[in-house]
Design a binder for this molecule. Structure first.
Ligand SMILES: CC(C)(COP(=O)(O)OP(=O)(O)OC[C@H]1O[C@@H](n2cnc3c(N)ncnc32)[C@H](O)[C@@H]1OP(=O)(O)O)[C@@H](O)C(=O)NCCC(=O)NCCS
Length: 223
């Protein structure tokens, strides 16, 4: 008579438990990814003609086109960039967006082409503050478009992501940007000497900030 060692068969109940756990984990991970997408994409539409959307490969062509305009970079620390350098910058922003370390949107016209960017190029979850950034093709200046974009981005940062402080650094000669920040409720907090090197020249910057009126909560970037 041969004896066989019986391998314990997993019970139906234990198999189900494992299945349920796996499905739960998949759903949780999907919900976390979706929450991040929703948090970032749940942006108010600016108008029938303009909106904020995520940056995507291909945007470097339109972005480079206006960053090549000396008037656009004159009061910024942008170096003169060729299209490959703009693509590298775009890829970095897309990767940082996925890693939740920054969130810079494309400002798009009605045909979905990029005409500007606006968002937050770095942040601290622990201190609940984020650094605002924006730029716009010169053909669209003087229409209040960036004011609407900044208002929407700051609203998202305070109400959805729960940042408590938004700050911006602006070269002291950048009158358009200063006027925009002040129209959007930012207060000048001081001057940072030689804070940016703009095409080889050290430039002073004003520090502007706006504080949320909402109660302090943990920063929520969707999981
Ligand atoms: C900074 C920058 C985004 C400002 O653009 P902008 O168009 O002047 O800013 P706004 O969206 O606030 O528009 C305000 C202008 O629109 C006008 N406007 C027209 N319709 C308007 C409306 N419905 N609501 C508000 N403003 C309106 C305002 O009167 C104002 O015109 P003015 O400049 O002739 O006084 C732009 O100059 C830029 O991209 N510069 C280069 C990059 C840069 O400097 N980035 C910032 C680095 S810190």
């Amino acid at each position: 008579m041969t004896s066989t060692l019986a391998t314990p068969e997993p019970s139906v109940a234990s198999v189900r438990l494992v299945e349920v756990r796996v499905v739960r984990r998949i759903i949780k991970s999907w919900l976390q990814k979706r929450a991040w997408r929703m948090a970032c994409y749940r942006r108010p539409s600016l108008s029938a003609s303009f909106g904020l959307r995520s940056l995507r490969l291909g945007d470097e062509i339109a972005w480079h086109k206006y960053l090549a305009d000396p008037a656009v970079i004159e009061h910024t620390s942008f170096p003169v960039l060729d299209v490959d350098a703009v693509r590298a910058m775009l890829v970095r922003h897309v990767e940082e967006y996925a890693a939740k370390t920054s969130c810079r949107w494309a400002l798009a016209g009605s045909n979905d082409d990029l005409i500007g960017t606006c968002g937050f190029y770095s942040w601290s979850r622990a201190s609940a503050h984020a650094d605002l950034v924006y730029d716009l093709a010169a053909a669209y200046w003087g229409k209040g478009i960036m004011q609407r974009a900044v208002t929407a981005a700051v609203e998202w940062a305070f109400a959805t992501a729960h940042f408590h402080r938004i700050q911006a650094y602006v070269i002291t000669s950048n009158q358009r940007s200063i006027a925009l920040l002040e129209r959007c409720g930012f207060a000048r907090e001081g001057m940072l000497r030689h804070f940016r090197i703009a095409r080889g020249e050290p430039r002073d910057c004003y520090l502007y900030a706006r504080i949320s009126a909402l109660p302090l909560r943990a920063v929520n970037l969707g999981g």
